[in-house]
Design a protein around this ligand. Sequence first.
Ligand SMILES: Cc1cc2nc3c(=O)[nH]c(=O)nc-3n(C[C@H](O)[C@H](O)[C@H](O)COP(=O)(O)OP(=O)(O)OC[C@H]3O[C@@H](n4cnc5c(N)ncnc54)[C@H](O)[C@@H]3O)c2cc1C
Length: 402
Amino acid sequence: MDDDCTIVGASFAGLACAIALARSGMRVTVLEKKVDAGQKLHTTGIIVKDAIDQVAILDSLPAQFVRRISGVRLYAPNLQHVDLAAPGYYFLTTDTPEVMRWLASRAEESGARISYRALFREATRLQSGWDLAEFGTTRFLVGADGPTSAVAKVSGLGRSSQFLFGLEYAYPGVEPPESDRLHCFVDRRLATGYIGWLAASPGGVQVGLARRVRGRQRPAVEAMGEFLDKIAPILDLRQARPASVRAGMIPCGGIVSPVAARRVLLTGDAAGMVSPVTAGGIHNALKHGLAAGHAIADYLGGKREDPSGWFVKSYPRFRMKRLLRFLFDRFQSDALFNLFLHTRPIRAAAGIIYFHHKGVFDPQMQPTDSRGQNPAAASDALTLDRLEREVARIKQSEPANR
Ligand SMILES: Cc1cc2nc3c(=O)[nH]c(=O)nc-3n(C[C@H](O)[C@H](O)[C@H](O)COP(=O)(O)OP(=O)(O)OC[C@H]3O[C@@H](n4cnc5c(N)ncnc54)[C@H](O)[C@@H]3O)c2cc1C
């Protein structure tokens, strides 16, 4: 065999997996169809604090590639807003092309070989691995090739069927107001099933929206034009030309099935490893990509069984988040959101989504409305109780699902 493991896709999941395998002494090749890992990205690139805390390779992420965002400003469809924060919690917006190049160089320094301009198309099963035609033979194959995985297709594994579609414009050199907040906009017409956003990044501002993919819809660029009109009172970008456009499908139906078979597994977006509610996938891609690398190294080193059996059981199941996705898809209502934005249950639910249960009910968290007042309503204490119990239940049942 030419390689111990071939990974298709040099993004968050594939590079993390390659780092773990190469550091375990395995011969690893990453096949990437692009000419450079930082080219043509389809992500805003926001990294949540949990990823910084849990993924050790991010410890040395250069400070100039990130910008700290300490809270969320959540806008109802009528542009009334509340500010949300949790003590100690933050997000990092990133210069994502540079982060990706940095991650690729970490993989190469660890000993992995990255083959660019390498479009993976076919694989034939061998007794002890795979024949990848012009890319040689390998003992183990990993699909880290995103939501429309070619590895899944050729190896007969499952593929995502439910998606959001995200479109984002980047404007370098623009500084938004309240730049230490992630501005999130609920609007059923423009961002059905998800949100629009505006975020200060290390080099400027990123503005985007994502919506559920269903049947015939008007083009996303049209919705984006309307979104720019809508947010003009906050930041007027209507005359500015975006320096780059990022767009892509975001799986939102949970982990595909089957996600692995003998000597092949999927990770990251290829596996459907994106939160069905927040549409965040970078943390899962890094964390489970790394873990997959360690599991495969153990298998190839003769220490454990094929990870397609035991390892993939550790993938997040997103049970509660899939339920929330189901409810949001069916019952999203602009009128109700306008009415209830300031109520504690809505703020609590938003806190659960944005801050992953931490500090949501912290008494120091002081939400404010657009008039700078705290509109907490005592009457919804009962609902809040129920939500708190629900959070405790989620915490117990899904420790890995952050
Ligand atoms: C608009 C948008 C904004 C987003 N914003 C965020 C965010 O802010 N935070 C967050 O956590 N998540 C976000 N996501 C989701 C996040 O981007 C993904 O979950 C994450 O990129 C998954 O990483 P991955 O490594 O699994 O796959 P991908 O990033 O999709 O990478 C797959 C790689 O495989 C390569 N490839 C594909 N097919 C082949 C082939 N046949 N041969 C060779 N190479 C191939 C591709 O070129 C690519 O480099 C966003 C998604 C979108 C669409």
